[in-house]
Design a protein around this ligand. Structure first.
Ligand SMILES: Cc1cc2nc3c(=O)[nH]c(=O)nc-3n(C[C@H](O)[C@H](O)[C@H](O)COP(=O)(O)OP(=O)(O)OC[C@H]3O[C@@H](n4cnc5c(N)ncnc54)[C@H](O)[C@@H]3O)c2cc1C
Length: 468
């Protein structure tokens, strides 16, 4: 019998199309290990909603493989496990968070010290950050030419099926998942998550199939409609690697081919969104302080007005703007928020309330089940106007018009803001203009026109260096 090898699972909690795992399975009996590392990422350790998801995803994976669960610094934990099992090699999937390069080097050093081989694979992204370069050899700071180069590379490799491995534990203690204490205790704020989500590989595949059957047709037009179910809701599954981007890409292409051109516009649009994820990860890989610092350095001097009370009203969904409040309450109740509403709520926090984008980024980090170091940072910087290829700061969403355009009947608002259930559709996004507005719903915490003028003055001050 070959010596065992260790498969270190990270954000790759699946058994199919998994380059590291396929290679490990070919090398010998596989000891599957997951390590909860709350130390290396520092303030970016997983937030509450991510932990809820992780618990259930590990539970799902643990039904198929004898997962060895540990917590601590991966290099120390893995060194001990390699010693104890005499494993000949370690296999893992590369990660792109700012701290990961150094962590992976320390893990390699631990393998060297233990006399074990160390094998790192891709699989989280379609394109490694080193492989997509401008003509001048730099990384891309603008999305459109980035995506053009990605499409120009031809179709990604074919996705592989489920691995066939001999699983082993070599006498390692199998500790209970509950020891990781990932679930909320009291109060249990996650009661609304279970009915919405099925973490794990089976849930990811089911979600993809449902999307291709019911959501893809009409995606290009419908993806912005908050009241329709046109998006895939695959982000958390992709984030935890319960499905690979290759599987998503390939299945989409197959659906497009089967429809004989009918889905071309929708399919292309969807694949372009998948490439936004790649773009975000390339940025965060190349610019390690991207989650904290504005990509455009001049924004470091932006005259924010930090205000805990205003931030709390936004977090609780009590701003008085229905589309904003619906989004924030959907987020709290389910761990997700529609992309269009993320843009509207983020814009409101940054521009109407002049709160630093990092405050919103951290709230999302704690409350989103798809909280993602690349996509979250890139998207907040995009809305704030300080990112690479960002929306200009002076483009300030009007929450009333956004609501009327993307939730025309108010169905989305009524689902999440029950105080407004009886408001007629034509007033749902401006209830304060009713003769008798619902008493239980607050009036707008800021006037849109005044807030817009204040935001533009702050932006002008940034450019001139004068105080607003
Ligand atoms: C302020 C703000 C914060 C965000 N934070 C996150 C986050 O923490 N994690 C996260 O995964 N996405 C984040 N997004 C991007 C986007 O909102 C979500 O990826 C999307 O809503 C997920 O829903 P879906 O899977 O149905 O998307 P679909 O429309 O079905 O798109 C398919 C996939 O493409 C990727 N994608 C789509 N839009 C984007 C985008 N704008 N940027 C990067 N990747 C994208 C996702 O992986 C998504 O699952 C954020 C957007 C904003 C405006």
């Amino acid at each position: 019998m070959n010596a065992p090898v260790i498969m270190w699972f990270r954000q790759d909690l699946r058994l199919s199309d998994h380059p590291a795992l396929h290679a490990a399975a070919a090398a010998g009996p596989v000891i599957p290990v997951f390590i909860l590392d709350d130390e290396t990422p520092g303030e970016w350790r997983w937030g509450g909603a991510s932990r809820w998801w992780l618990h259930h995803s590990l539970a799902a994976l643990g039904k198929d493989v004898p997962l060895v669960l540990r917590r601590g610094r991966p290099e120390a934990v893995l060194a001990a496990l390699l010693r104890k099992t005499q494993a000949s090699a370690l296999y893992f999937t590369r990660d792109y968070a700012p701290w990961s390069g150094k962590l992976e080097q320390r893990v390699k050093d631990a393998c060297d010290a233990a006399g074990a081989a160390c094998h790192r694979y891709g699989g989280f992204l379609l394109h490694e950050p080193e492989s997509v370069r401008t003509g001048a050899g730099d990384y891309f700071k603008v999305y459109t030419p980035f995506s053009r180069v990605c499409f120009g590379k031809g179709e990604p490799r074919a996705a592989k099926g489920t691995v066939s491995a001999t699983w082993a534990t070599h006498g390692l203690e199998r500790r209970s998942l509950d020891n990781l204490r990932l679930l909320p205790t009291q109060p249990n704020w996650a009661t609304g998550f279970g009915p919405v989500w099925q973490p794990g590989e089976a849930g990811a595949k089911a979600r993809l199939v449902r999307f291709l059957e019911d959501g893809l047709k009409g995606y290009a037009e419908g993806r912005d409609r908050t009241d329709l179910a046109h998006t895939s809701q695959l982000s958390a599954h992709l984030h935890w690697g319960e499905i690979s981007p290759y599987q998503v890409w390939q299945a989409t292409r197959q659906a497009m081919e089967a429809a004989g051109g009918v889905l071309d516009r929708d399919g292309e649009k969807f694949l372009k969104e998948v490439l936004w994820r790649e773009f975000a990860y390339h940025l965060v890989h190349h610019v390690p302080n991207f989650p904290e610092q504005p990509f455009r350095p001049e924004f470091a001097a932006f005259p924010w007005r930090p205000d805990d009370k205003a931030l709390a009203r936004w977090q609780r969904g009590e701003t008085g703007y229905p589309i904003v409040d619906a989004g924030m309450r959907e987020l709290w109740a389910t761990g997700i928020m529609h992309n269009r509403v993320r843009m509207i709520t983020a814009s409101f926090l940054i521009k109407h309330l002049l709160q630093p984008w990092q405050a919103g980024e951290r709230w999302f980090w704690d409350t989103l089940v798809d909280a993602d170091i690349g996509n979250n940072a890139a998207s907040w910087q995009w809305v704030a106007g300080c990112g690479a290829d960002a929306s200009p700061y002076f483009r300030i969403f009007n929450p009333v018009l956004q609501g009327e355009k993307f939730d025309p009947r108010g169905d989305y608002v009524k689902r999440w803001v029950p105080e407004l259930r009886d408001v007629p559709a034509e007033m749902i996004h401006r209830p304060w203009e009713m003769t008798l507005p619902p008493k239980s719903y607050p009036p707008p915490m800021v006037d849109h026109a005044r807030a817009r003028a204040r935001a533009l003055a702050a932006f002008a001050a940034l450019k001139t260096g004068e105080s607003p």
